[in-house]
Design a protein around this ligand. Structure first.
Ligand code: FES
Length: 200
């Protein structure tokens, strides 16, 4: 099969809910990127068909671009290559360079794209999660402490009650507050007189 007769490489450019959206993928001129991808020719000088698609299901990798092999590339074992985080002009240039050299199956993947190879099954890296049932455990701990405090209070009360029962409910001298010594005017006077008499 001649090179010119076969189907050229094709590009699928995701423009779904996240790819191509400034809010989700900031810092990229998405329109210009699509225009640049649409201007790529293959190694025979044929324009590479570009198809925009709805969400391809790996939004965390936006912008996603899939490079389909040419007919010749597929025959040589090339398969569609999913590229994620295409957010740099240099990466678009690398795609252009790759396709112009034959694309999947015919030319090695440029180094610049190696770290961007992904797949439709790529899993979003999980955020560090709080341990399961952390909320429940926290609540249970709080309740346990509350119950402990309650039990402590109860035990203290019971001990106090037992103590007062032992003493027949009467206050011991220990329990009694020291009374303020009443000023006894008469006694004081008598004491003074006594001392005065001794002197004289
Ligand atoms: S919008 Fe592109 S993968 Fe979801």
């Amino acid at each position: 099969m001649s090179e010119l007769g076969g189907r050229p490489c094709q590009l699928t450019v995701c423009r779904g809910c996240c790819c191509g959206k400034k809010k989700k993928v900031p810092g990229v001129d998405h329109k210009a990127q699509l225009a640049r991808l649409s201007a790529i020719d293959d190694r025979s000088g044929r324009p590479v068909p570009v198809r925009t698609s709805k969400c391809l299901g790996i939004c965390f990798q936006g912008n996603v671009v899939v490079v389909q092999p040419s007919q010749e590339g597929r025959a040589a074992g090339g398969r569609p290559v999913w590229l994620g985080q295409i957010t740099d002009d240099a990466l678009v240039e690398a795609i252009d360079d790759w396709i112009s050299r034959g694309g999947p199956g015919l030319a090695p993947l440029p180094d610049a794209l190696v770290d961007h190879v992904t797949s439709k099954d790529a899993k979003k890296p999980k955020k560090r999660k709080r341990p399961k049932n952390a909320k429940k455990a926290k609540k249970a701990k709080k309740e346990r402490k509350k119950a402990e405090r309650k039990a402590e209070k109860k035990a203290k009360k019971a001990a106090e009650a037992a103590g007062s029962k032992r003493d027949g409910g009467k206050k011991t001298t220990k329990d009694r507050k020291p009374k303020k010594a009443k000023k006894n005017g008469k006694a004081e006077k008598a004491e003074k007189n006594k001392r005065g008499g001794k002197k004289g």
